[in-house]
Design a protein around this ligand. Structure first.
Ligand code: GLA
Length: 388
């Protein structure tokens, strides 16, 4: 994961020079993220606890001629060029460049005068692994355009705008978590976010001091129907909230869960609601333990979150279940799938000196079941979007 192809900032700069024959005016970097706990709670107005990763996407950029946007990415040989007419019509630009056009669209829709620009993008955040490579592109591009245009836009507003790019231009009905983690992350901390009020608290998450590490395992499971299933989960939560007469499932207190479930008449909806309500509580419990400096003790909450995603929300696949079970058997304090589901990554909380053993145990379990070899990486919470 994040395989070495030279420094990512150097690659963005070299790509810019080669493509445009001149120097960039600056470089902006945004990380990927993992979510420690709080899955599918963001669009239910609930709580999440993600952190930014040391893997980054870098955008080298400069003002462009004639108010148009040209974007090159190392994912693709050909640059994509578009003007205001395409940026103003959601869906007109597609593929990876839609995340860039979406940001231009969101800024223009907010009434800001977005400067034309030339951009070159390089990334160490793997695409399609559920580590928010899309939020990383959106956020780095947003930072670049804000700076190049001298736009008056406080960073507190950036996550919503980047989310709008994804929801309304690209058409993915995701919540506010990824963009918040990528923009507001602080090194050595997890971001405790109330997705209704957007209030944040930086929770110290010092793994080194506790002798611990977070092992991230890329399950390499193909994302089967992930988009459709995600949208279906979201609809089911919204319907349940309407039936229960609340604005969002966040408004169902844990103490009232059984009474709420009794008012729902199908078993599948009851399971979905149980996941969201218990998951919100697990985020609050995790935050309380971290505030008390009891990092190791969050393990069982992570594992309970996984069971809830597997049995109640039904968003796991055999590869991620195998990785979680193997990690736990090999001595992880807790393990869970992270991100939207149907593949993506698993995270495991491990003693630093057990990281290799756990990684090997997961690889062995994969080999036994005939799955493609997993990618593994140990991570520490890193900082959010920056100008370099
Ligand atoms: C994806 C979405 C997020 C969030 C998670 C699930 O990562 O982009 O908004 O809903 O899934 O927690």
């Amino acid at each position: 994961m994040g395989e070495g192809r030279g420094d990512v900032a150097d690659r963005a700069t070299a790509g810019f020079r080669q493509r445009y024959g001149t120097e960039p005016a600056g470089r902006w970097a945004a990380p990927g993220r993992v979510n420690l706990i709080g899955e599918h709670t963001d669009y239910n107005d609930g709580f999440v606890l993600p952190f930014a990763l040391p893997l980054r996407t870098v955008v080298a950029a400069a003002p462009g001629p004639d108010g148009r946007w040209t974007v090159w990415s190392e994912l693709d040989d050909e640059p994509v060029e578009f003007g205001a007419e395409a940026a103003d019509e959601p869906g007109r630009v597609d593929g990876w460049a839609a995340y860039v056009a979406g940001v231009v669209w969101a800024l223009r829709a907010a009434g800001l005068d977005v400067p034309g620009a030339r951009l070159a993008i390089a990334s160490d955040v793997p695409v399609g692994s559920g580590l928010s490579s899309s939020a990383a592109i959106e956020s780095a591009v947003l930072a670049a355009l804000v700076d190049l245009g001298g736009l008056d836009l406080p960073t507190e507003r950036w996550p919503r705008l980047a989310q709008r790019a994804e929801n309304d231009y690209v058409g993915a009905p995701t919540g506010i978590m990824d963009q918040s983690a990528v923009i507001r992350g602080v090194q050595g901390h997890a971001l405790f976010l109330d997705c209704r009020t957007e209030e944040v608290e930086q929770i110290p998450f010092d793994l080194d001091a506790a002798g611990l590490a977070v092992l991230v395992v890329d399950s390499r499971a193909p994302h089967r129907h992930a988009d459709g299933e995600y949208a279906a989960r979201r609809r089911s939560c919204e319907r349940a909230a309407a039936t229960l007469g609340v604005a969002a499932l966040r408004d169902v207190p844990t103490a009232d869960l059984d009474a709420a479930l009794a008012r729902l008449d199908d078993e599948e909806t009851r399971r979905r609601v149980r996941h969201v309500v218990t998951e919100d509580q697990r985020v609050l419990d995790t935050v309380a333990l971290l505030r008390a400096g009891r990092v190791r003790d969050i393990g069982p909450l992570l594992t309970a979150s996984h069971a809830s995603m597997r049995d109640d929300f039904e968003i796991t696949v055999p590869e991620v279940d195998t990785a979680v079970e193997a990690a736990l058997t090999a001595g992880a304090h807790g393990a869970r799938m992270t991100g939207g589901g149907f593949g993506g990554c698993v995270l495991a909380l491990v003693d630093v000196d057990a990281a290799d053993t756990v990684a090997r145990a997961v690889a062995d379990a994969y080999a036994e079941r005939g799955f493609a070899a997993p990618g593994t990486l140990t991570v520490q919470p890193a900082g959010g979007v920056t100008r370099m």
